[in-house]
Design a protein around this ligand. Structure first.
Ligand SMILES: [Zn+2]
Length: 419
């Protein structure tokens, strides 16, 4: 019997990819609010929802995963505050999806390229510039920005039903991309069936997901949050795609979001597989991803990193020093809430003036997000870089703009950069 990949809301009892019951708890991050549920000040007086956040690994297929599915409507609401086109670095990285795909696959003229969770259309713009027909699917109001920018985008959740409507109106697609959403969607079975029905035979499904090996190597426990249901290894993706008659033909590691893999899965079984696939599987095995011991030491390292950060911040505050946060990606919520950095320790998080998050509060501990101008005026003693995975270019920019504060990198281990 095929494995049910469409997760109901609530507790998950077996592996999300292979169905195995051999799931092992790696770390329990406690009950946490959904990380992108930023609050406006009138909401601070209301009750707030929080859900279990536990990270587990499957002994059989090596998929990292959490074991509680929050209702998608609660996680990806229409005002979801994330916009991919906002930083130049990210735009460049997302455009690489097009370059990388077109260098591997010869597409027919006027081929249709689709993107699931297309955000503001950044990925599709790069395909459009290269002569492809494009169509985005995006559930949040960011779809409007994409349409205004000339990237045709349907505001909807992608699923089997939507796929059949798209098929009737637009025909089949040669490429379907899913960038940084493939690990997030609870209706995985519906997506796989939808993608399969929309793609031409030999069409390619290009997914880009945060990579479990990078997560482990650099202690990125801040990447564990409710939106992020699965933490893929290549092995687990192969197990998944085989169940839908796709062949994983190629893979590349990329440095987006602190380390991701871009995986090319071609519709149809028994396709030719590149050497990169075999090599990365060997690397996963060598790194111990198929062995539980690696996950035990990861758990120890992340607890150490959490305690070191808390100790540093508490001791600075006790000496009358001021510590603030810089940059508020969704994932900063897990780090701030798990470490316990409430406003008495970290009175605000500074974001650039163009950010859609200004004036909002972090869920849980209610740290306010304010314009970085305040930080430049105050020059606090320390600033914790919450987007630490992009540290180098951001630090350069902050220094150029005149920030003199010592910068704390919270991970992979706590590091203070004096100047
Ligand atoms: Zn599994």
């Amino acid at each position: 019997m095929p494995i049910e990949h469409d997760l109901p809301v609530g507790k998950i009892n077996c592996c999300q990819v292979c169905g195995s019951e051999k799931l092992h708890l790696v770390v329990d991050l406690g009950h946490q609010p959904p990380c992108d549920s930023l609050l406006w000040s009138p909401q601070l007086d209301d009750a707030e929802k929080s859900y279990p956040l536990r990270f587990l690994v499957c002994e059989d297929c090596s998929l990292g995963q959490i074991d509680y599915a929050v209702a998608p409507e609660e996680l990806f609401f229409p005002d979801y505050p994330y916009r991919s086109g906002i930083t130049a670095t990210l735009v460049d990285k997302l455009s690489q999806t097009a370059v990388s795909t077109l260098s591997r696959f010869k597409l027919p003229e006027n081929a249709l390229v689709m993107d699931i969770g297309s955000n503001d259309g950044t990925v599709l713009s790069a395909f459009k510039e290269r002569g492809m027909k494009v169509l985005g699917v995006e559930a949040t109001n960011i779809a409007k920005i994409a349409n205004e920018n000339g990237i045709e985008t349907l505001q909807a959740f992608f699923n089997e039903e939507l796929a059949s409507e798209v098929h009737q109106s637009y025909g089949t697609a040669s490429v379907i991309c899913a960038t940084n959403v493939f690990a997030h969607i609870s209706g995985l079975g519906s997506i796989m069936r939808g993608v399969s029905s929309l793609l031409d035979d030999g069409g390619v499904f290009v997914t880009q997901s945060h990579y479990l090996l990078d997560l482990l190597e650099t202690n990125q426990y801040n990447s564990i949050y409710h939106e992020h249901l699965r933490y893929y290894t290549l092995k687990s993706l192969i197990v998944l795609f085989e169940q839908y008659n796709f062949t994983v033909t190629d893979v590349e590691r990329i440095d987006n979001y602190g380390g991701s893999i871009r995986v090319f899965a071609v519709k149809g079984s028994g396709r030719e597989v590149s050497a990169a696939v075999t090599a990365l599987l060997e690397e996963e095995e060598k790194a111990g991803l198929y062995d539980l011991e690696v996950y035990r030491t990861f758990a120890q390292r992340l607890i150490t990193a959490k305690r070191d950060l808390l100790t540093l911040v508490v001791s600075a505050c006790s000496q009358g020093k001021k510590v603030v946060g810089i940059g508020c990606p969704g994932r900063s919520s897990t780090l701030m809430n798990f470490t316990g950095l409430a406003p008495d320790l970290v009175p605000y998080i500074a974001e650039q003036s163009t950010s859609l998050k200004l004036g909002l509060f972090l869920p849980g501990l209610h740290v306010p997000i304010i314009d970085e101008k305040v930080m430049f005026e105050e020059q606090p003693d320390y600033a914790i870089m919450l987007s630490w995975h992009y540290a180098d270019p951001i630090i350069q920019k902050l220094r150029a703009k005149g920030l003199k504060s010592k910068i704390i990198l919270p991970l992979p281990e706590v590091t203070v950069i004096e100047n």
